[in-house]
Every structure is written in C-alpha cells, then in structure tokens.
Design a protein around this ligand. Structure first.
Ligand code: R2B
Ligand code: URA
Length: 307
C-alpha cells in the first residue's frame, strides 16, 4: 500500500501537514526548542525534513535504531559516526538517517510530552507533510508470551478508558487516545512476513508509575495483596489490554490533535500474570528490544519501495 495515495480529510492536495494549535506561536520572532537545543533562528529546520519519525525511551536504543536503519537503507558509510542533533542537551537525543528521524523521549508521560511539544513544533517549522510517527518501546505483557510484540489499537488509562486527562492550569481536559487503525493493520501485515515473530494488536494501558501504578509487588512501597494485583490485571485483560507501558496515552492524544499518523509498537518483556521482576539475560533482553526496530525497519523499507 502506498500511504501517499490515501485520500485524507484534512489534506491539501493529498498532503497532510503538521498542526500546532497555539495562536501565540505565529507572533514569535524566534522559537527556541529548549529541551532539544534547537531553534528557528539557529538551525535550518526545513533541511531536517523527515517522512518517518521513530521515538523510544532510551537514548542508546534510539541511537542503535538509527545505526540499524542506516544499514538497512544501505546509506553511505558505516553509520558509526552518526551525529546527535541534540548534542547540546542531555535531556533527549536525536539522529537522522535518510528519511528517518530517531529520537529518545525518556520514561513517562511528562518526559515524552515535553519532547513531543518541541518535536511537533520542529516538524511544523520544517513544513513536514504526511509524517508517520511510531513509538517503539518495551512493556509488560498481560496473558501473552514474553517477547511478543503488541501493536496498539487504542491506548487506555489506568481505568481502562480510552482517554488522556491533561491538566491545563487548574482544569482537566479529556483527550482521545485513538491511533491510526490503517497503520496498525499495515504493521501487523508486515510482522507476518518475519519468521518467528509473535505479534498481535491489542489495547495498551498507560500508567503514571511503573510500580504501584502497574501492580508491581516489588517496589519500595506496596500496599495491596497479590490477589488484588492479579484481580486488577485480569480485569485489564478482560477489557482488552495486552500490555502496560508509560507513554502511549499522551503520545496518541498529542499526535492525533496535531495531524500525525501515529502507532505504538512495544515488545513485552514479561507476563505480568506470572511475575514482576525482569530477569531476562542480557542477550535475550537485547534481542527482544530489537524486535520493534526490526518490524519498523521492514515497514519503512516497504513504504519506500525498497523491499
Ligand atoms: C516502558 O518501559 C519503561 C519503564 O521501564 C517506560 O518508559 C515504558 O513505557
Ligand atoms: N515497562 C513497563 O512499563 N512495565 C513493565 O512491566 C515492563 C516494561
């Protein structure tokens, strides 16, 4: 399928631009993207155009992904010396290989949300169109084999509701967490071509905390029983949740509002109905973490007509 052929509601001649919804931005003479150490006066942002944007928590993993893409796209050089575009800050890192931008977002909703505000402005200032953005990450599975890859159809909160509650001043604004269904299906189809690659589409639950918020019995604080934990996770499973992570709701909400075609692809490191501690060997952990990268690389190559 060719994503450029898709008719789209909010397009100009088939092109879907990146929206910012802030009346103050136009009036600004310069926009400093503080946490990325980039700015409209200091950098030629349109030259940083990217069709595909991949985000993930860890800086090293996002660098490894950029190097992997460099190899897969058969770009010149070995990709080892790839430069961090955000080298002036150690909050986030950003790499560009061909049409692919690879950016780290740290852990949790506040961290990814700050990065997304600045990334979306960057894409807007760069006049990018038809952007596909994919979060590749890790997660805890519910009732599925560790190593399975979950493509999110809808991100839900801790109450299994498809919503993200943004506190704005002292108001709570509820935003939709829907992701691009066609993109999710395309990714699932793509996964079927990779041998021994267990992949499924399911709901992803996004929490504000790794330990108490996800029913872990192994945090510094734990005030609930094993039975309560299992009861909660089983109710999540019944509601369609197949994995738990910490960024998908705000990612879906912000990308949806700003006109980005978005997907969330996370590997599960354990089955939370079985355990809480991640005790995989280093090699297995590395291999699991490469699974979303492999899927996205195959997907991008397909989109570019390279395979
Ligand atoms: C998945 O893994 C991280 C916590 O270990 C968090 O960023 C997430 O969403
Ligand atoms: N990431 C999470 O958020 N939860 C897990 O259980 C594993 C990885």
């Amino acid at each position: 399928s060719n994503r450029r052929m898709r008719p789209d509601k909010n397009t100009y001649e088939g092109k879907r631009s990146v929206y910012v919804k802030n009346p103050y931005l136009d009036a600004m003479d310069e926009d400093i993207l503080y946490h990325l150490d980039l700015g409209t006066k200091t950098h030629n942002l349109p030259a940083m155009f990217g069709d595909f944007v991949c985000v993930g928590g860890s800086p090293n993993r996002m660098k490894a992904f950029a190097q992997f893409m460099h190899k897969e796209l058969q770009l010149e050089g070995d990709g080892e010396g790839i430069e961090d575009i955000c080298a002036g800050t150690d909050r986030y890192c950003m790499f560009k290989t061909g049409p692919v931008l690879s950016i780290s977002h740290g852990m949790g909703i506040p961290s990814i949300s700050i990065m997304l505000h600045e990334l979306i402005k960057l894409l807007h200032h760069a006049r990018c169109c038809d952007v596909t953005i994919i979060r590749i990450g890790t997660s805890g599975g519910i009732g599925i084999a560790p190593g399975s890859v979950v493509i999110t159809d809808i991100a839900v909160d801790s109450f299994f509701k498809p919503r993200f509650e943004q506190v704005i001043l002292d108001n709570v604004v509820t935003r939709s967490t829907e992701l691009d269904k066609e993109l999710a299906t395309d990714l699932l189809n793509c996964s079927r071509e990779i041998p021994n690659f267990p992949t499924l589409i399911g709901h992803t639950m996004c929490t504000y905390d790794f330990y108490e918020g996800q029913g872990h019995l192994d945090g510094a604080l734990c005030s609930f029983s094993r039975e309560k934990k299992l009861d909660y996770l089983k109710r999540a499973y019944k509601a369609g949740v197949r994995n738990i992570e910490m960024e998908s709701t705000v990612f879906a909400a912000m990308c949806g509002l700003c006109g980005l075609r978005a997907a969330v692809v996370c590997v599960t490191l354990l089955d939370r109905l079985e355990s809480d501690q991640i005790n995989l060997s280093h090699d297995v952990l590395v291999e699991y973490q490469q699974r979303p990268q492999l899927l996205i690389s195959n997907f991008i190559k397909k989109q570019l007509g390279l395979c």
